[in-house]
Design a binder for this molecule. Structure first.
Ligand code: PMP
Length: 305
């Protein structure tokens, strides 16, 4: 069960328990759905909640809907407003995670995208840290491969594609790791199960480009901009080989839930010194400040509820 009291469902905000779909719904049976994950940060001083880059999250959400041939009749701004209305009703006074979902709602047998009703739902839950963040995570390289743009596009958070992430994650956890990196069909590092990946080599920050079967992460985009504009770090978007993760001076993962997750071991090899490195450390604290609305220049990323 969740701690949510309300949900946006079929065009209005309803009691959470009333937001129900049929077991025959297309989205549930075929994975023909897409989702978003947005953080809301509670400011104890101001007694207010701020959403982090909701318009950008909803732009990506609507792009995924477009890939799934959905006609949602929403804009990033209208969805942001609905999220604000929902959170005002919830009255959480803690950090939250918002989960929008768009899905093929009609019940019935017959896999397709066309001639089906599309719906949007949104709910929010209180949310703190996700996964290992303080001491550094131990990751493996998964034996699974990342879905390809010509299989299920990774650039949208398409529900069916997360069976791939789930296979990767569970095998990694059961083998005693905290997380896994996954290779694309060319054998390059694409990302983690729900996080983009960055390595540091010789002072350069390196991350796979958007055409290498990654989700175009909002945290990734924020980190690239902060590294370049605020810290003067050279950022290179290029393929990363498996063994570069062993040889990297620093390695970290980024995502809305995990934020900046330090990785200090890859398949039993220590990354760099085994401790959080200077670039990761600087970016992690700057990102944390920006996400919490402490940096004037980026305050337009923090949308008040
Ligand atoms: N990759 C995948 C596969 C994800 O699910 C996520 C989480 N949304 C990310 C990367 C990170 O994206 P973002 O920073 O926008 O949360």
């Amino acid at each position: 069960m969740t701690d949510s009291n309300f949900a946006y469902f079929e065009g209005k905000i309803v009691a959470f328990g009333d937001a129900k779909i049929s077991i025959a719904a297309h989205g549930l049976n075929y994975g023909t759905a897409a989702f978003a994950g947005i953080r809301g940060y509670w400011d104890e001083g101001l007694k207010k909640m701020f959403l982090f880059r909701p318009v950008d999250h909803y732009k990506r959400f609507l792009s995924a809907a477009k890939i799934l041939a959905m006609d949602l009749n929403h804009t990033p701004e209208s969805l942001t407003q609905i999220t604000i209305d929902l959170l005002k009703k919830e009255q959480f006074s803690t950090d939250v995670y918002v989960r929008p979902l768009c899905y093929k709602a009609d019940p019935g047998i017959g896999v397709r995208l066309h001639d089906l009703r599309d719906e949007v739902s949104i709910f929010a839950i209180p949310f703190g840290h996700y996964g290992k963040n303080e001491d550094g995570a131990h990751v493996t390289i998964s034996s699974w491969r990342r879905i390809d743009d010509n299989v299920i596009p990774a650039r949208g958070k398409i529900s069916g594609a997360y069976a791939n992430s789930a296979l990767i994650k569970t095998d990694a956890i059961r083998a005693g790791f905290d997380e896994a990196l996954v290779l694309d069909h060319n054998g390059h590092i694409s990302e983690g199960t729900a996080m983009n990946v960055f390595i540091v080599r010789d002072g350069e920050l390196i991350t796979p480009p958007v055409y290498e079967n990654i989700l175009e992460g909002i945290t990734r985009k924020s980190i690239i901009q902060l590294a370049r504009e605020e810290l003067g770090i050279k950022v290179v978007e290029r393929s990363i080989d498996r063994t570069e993760t062993f040889l990297a001076d620093e390695l970290f993962l980024t995502g809305t839930a995990a934020q900046v997750m330090v990785v200090n071991r890859v398949d039993h090899r220590t990354v760099g010194t085994g401790k959080i490195g200077p670039i990761t450390s600087a970016l992690r604290s700057l990102f944390d400040d920006v996400a919490h609305g402490k940096v004037e220049k980026y305050r337009h990323w923090n949308v008040e509820v």
